[in-house]
Design a protein around this ligand. Structure first.
Ligand code: ADP
Length: 255
């Protein structure tokens, strides 16, 4: 698959919470097919940036666009139709549903499905169901979840639950995937598996932006890294470049 969607362009984004300016004119540009890391001390604005890009908070100022599509000013469900998917720091899976059902719900909402087909052609409803089940099976295989298809997510080890969340995000067939601390709570082996999964997602044509505190993972996985501090970009470059910048080291010393 070729890279879909174009570049992510974030231009002069600000976000004000009452007295606090959480983002203060953040600009960055992510190339199609890149894996971009967003790092920075606690409170530097990383999650707020994701929340603004993904439509959870309106921006106070500035714009974000993905290829031709303007992202800012839209609601999360509209952004999902524009090819954006994200995960959260805390898992947000449906606890009453099985792993497979969590994927089916996400697949059924994916923008490739068009209702008018079923209106014109009732057999299509039955077909639709079959296609969804096949796609769910593909996702289960791809993410190593086949053995857990019928399980309740909460009954599974945390590392598996995180994989379910990634699979669910991919069910929406995004062109741009935002991952908020995907390695949090994972053991070393699981971090290794995560790295392989994220690479394969990128290789399938998806642009990936991840917030991550695990510097080992950032160093080996990310093409480029943007460093935030106090709501502004203080450095950007390859992982090796930014790791030795004095302003980056200084920002982390106070953390
Ligand atoms: P990071 O993800 O880098 O740790 P955040 O984006 O979570 O940082 O937070 C940046 C700043 O914005 C912090 O000072 C935080 O307290 C503040 N903040 C984040 N969300 C809200 C909110 N909904 N209301 C008020 N302040 C917020």
């Amino acid at each position: 698959r070729t890279v879909a969607g174009g570049a992510l362009e974030i231009s002069e984004i600000t976000k004000q919470f009452r007295g606090l300016r959480a983002l203060d004119g953040v600009s960055l540009s992510v190339a199609p097919g890149e894996i971009r890391g967003i790092v920075g001390p606690n409170g530097s604005g990383k999650t707020t940036l994701f929340n603004v890009i993904s439509g959870i908070y309106p921006a106070t100022g500035g714009t974000a666009s993905f290829g031709e599509r303007v992202l800012t000013g839209r609601r999360p469900y509209q952004l999902s139709h524009l090819g954006l998917a994200r995960t959260f720091q805390n898992l947000r899976l449906f606890g009453q549903l099985t792993v497979e059902e969590n994927l089916l719900v996400a697949l059924d909402r994916s923008p490739m499905r068009s209702l008018w087909r079923y209106v014109l052609w009732p057999v299509g409803v039955w077909r639709h169901e079959r296609v969804l089940r096949r796609e769910a099976a593909e996702l289960l295989d791809r993410f190593g979840l086949r053995d857990f298809a019928g399980a309740a997510p909460k009954s599974l080890p945390y590392g598996i639950q995180r994989r379910v969340e990634l699979a669910r995000a991919m069910a929406a067939k995004p062109a741009l995937l935002l991952l908020d601390e995907p390695a949090a709570g994972l053991n070393g082996q699981e971090v290794g598996q995560l790295q392989e999964i994220v690479r394969s997602i990128r290789d399938s044509g998806v642009t990936v932006v991840l917030i991550e505190h695990n510097m080992g993972l950032v160093m080996s996985l990310c093409d480029r890294v943007t460093v935030l501090a106090s709501g502004g970009v203080i450095a950007e470059g390859t992982p090796a470049e930014v790791a030795v910048r004095p302003e980056v080291i200084e920002a982390y010393l106070g953390d």
